[in-house]
Design a protein. Sequence first.
Length: 31
Amino acid sequence: KQFRRVATRYEKRAENYLAMLMIAAILIWLK
């Protein structure tokens, strides 16, 4: 149970990180 909880938390963090990366890449590309 604990491992699954950590995995889901890491997944959410990774998803947010990917979104931030995409936004940053788009901003740089627009420049």
